[in-house]
Design a protein around this ligand. Sequence first.
Ligand code: NAP
Length: 489
Amino acid sequence: MSAENSDRSSAVTTIYIDGAWRAATSGQEFDVLDPADGSVLGTASDGAAADARQAVDAATAAFATWSRTTAYERAAHLERAHALMLERAEDLALLMTKEQGKPLKAARNEVRYAADFLGWYAEEAKRVYGATIPSSRADHRFMTMRQPVGVVAAITPWNYPISMITRKVAPAIAAGCTIVLKPAEQTPLCAVAVFQVLHDAGVPAGVVNLVTTSEPGAVGDTLLDSPAVRKLTFTGSTEVGMALNAKAARTVKRVSLELGGHAPFLVFGDADPRRAAKGLGLVKFLNTGQACISPNRIFVQRELVDDFLDVLVERVAAMKAGSGLDKDVTIGPLIDAAAMAKMRRQVANAVEHGAKVLTGGERLTDPHLTGGQFFAPTVLTGVTPAMDVYYEETFGPIVPVIAFDDEDEVIAMANDTAYGLAAYVYTGNLSRAFRVTEQLRFGIVGINDINPTSAAAPFGGTKHSGLGREGGPQGIEEYLDTKLVGISL
Ligand code: NAP
C-alpha cells in the first residue's frame, strides 16, 4: 500500500455528509480531551468552510425529496432512531461521561431525555395541521398549508452534548427539513454517536449532516452566509447567539436561540426549608452547575435563612468530586481551564466585596483530581448587587445566597437580570405561587419543582435568554412556514 493510501485509510472520519463518513477536506484533525484527567480521548476531523459548503449542498439536494415524503415515512425513521438510541443508551452514557465529564447517572438521564425527542417528534410529525378560514365571499375559500422551512443550520453546545442535538434534529426532520449540524469542539464524539444512530436508523443520505470543527467561525459563517440555509437554530452563550443572530439577518433566516440563563431560586418563609435546600442541592450541582437552567441567585426569606443554610451546607460539604465513572461521585470536572478561572474570579470578587464562604471556594487539590478542573461546591452568603456573581451567569458549582424581606422586593430582585430562562419558587401558599409565577419574566418556572423540562413541553427563554421554544408542539413550529391558499370557486 502506498504511503498516501495508508495515510488516507488511517484518517479520522467524523464528518458526515450525504450519508457517508469522511475526513476533513483539509486533512486536519483535532484532539478531544477527557476533562476529568486531561488525557486525549480521541480525535475528530477538523472541518472548515469547504466541508460546510458540501454539507449545505447535500442538505439542499436531499430537501427536494425529503420534504415530499409523508409524515408517516418520516415518523418511521424517527421511531427506529428512538429505539436504537435506547438500545445503545449505556454506551452513549459512558461516552458522554468520558467526553463531557458529568456523572454516569446524569449521563444516563440525558440519553433518555435525548431519545424522548426522537420518539415524541415521530408522533408529532403526524399532527402538523393546516386550517380552513372563512372568506367574506360566497364563491371563495381560504386554507393554510404547513410546509418545512428548508435547510437548517444547527449549532450546539458541550454541556448537554446529546440531548441538545436531538432537541433540534428530531423536530427539524419530522417537519420535513434537512439539517447541517456543527457540534461543540469539546464534544464532537457524542455528536458522531448520535449521527451514527440516525444513519443506522436509515435516515436517507443528505437529510442529516455533521461538520465537526475546532474553527467554529469559518463553519458558522459559511452556514450563515448561504442563501440556501433558511433557518438557524443555536444553543449556546448569549454573546455568540447575538453575533450569529446579526449574521443570520443578512439573509433573513428564521432564527431560534436557546441562550444563557441566570435563574433565581426563591424560597419563601412558608416553604419547607429542608425540601427547598434538598431541591437546590440536586438541581444546582447537576452537571457541576454547567446548565443554562442552573439556579444562580438563591433568594431566601430572612427568617428561613439559618434553617435553609444548615441543611444546604451539610449536603454540599458531603458531595464527592471525581471522575463521573466512579461510584458515588456527584461533582464532575469543569469543562476547561477558562471555566476554572471564572469560578476563582467570581469567588474572589465576592469575598472582596464582603461575601462569606460557608463551604468550598477553591480548586480541589486532592492528588487524584489534579489532572482535571475540579472546583469545590461552594456556598456564599451576604451576596450583593456589587458582586460579579449577582449579574453574571455562573456556569459552575457556586451557590450565592441572598436574604430578602417581602414578596414585591424579591420579585423585583429576581427580575433584575438581562436573562429570562428559568426561575424556581418554593412556597406552601398556592395563591402566592400563582402571584409570583405570573410576575416572573422567565420562560420556565418550577413551583416546588426542580425538573420543569420534558420533550413534550416548550423549553425556552425571554430577553437575552433567547427566541423560540424547543420541545412540545411549539418545537416543531420553529421548522414550519405557513402558506396561505386562496381558492375562487
Ligand atoms: P458557546 O461558546 O456560545 O458555544 C456554543 C456553540 O457555538 C459551540 O458549538 C461553539 O463552537 C459555537 N460557536 C462559538 N463561536 C462561534 C462562531 N463565531 N460561529 C459559529 N459558531 C460558534 O457556548 P458554550 O460554552 O458551548 O455553552 C454554554 C452556554 O450555552 C451557556 O451560556 C449556557 O447557558 C448556554 N446553554 C443554553 C441552553 C438553553 O437551552 N437555553 C442549553 C445549554 C446551554 P466551539 O465549541 O467550537 O467554540
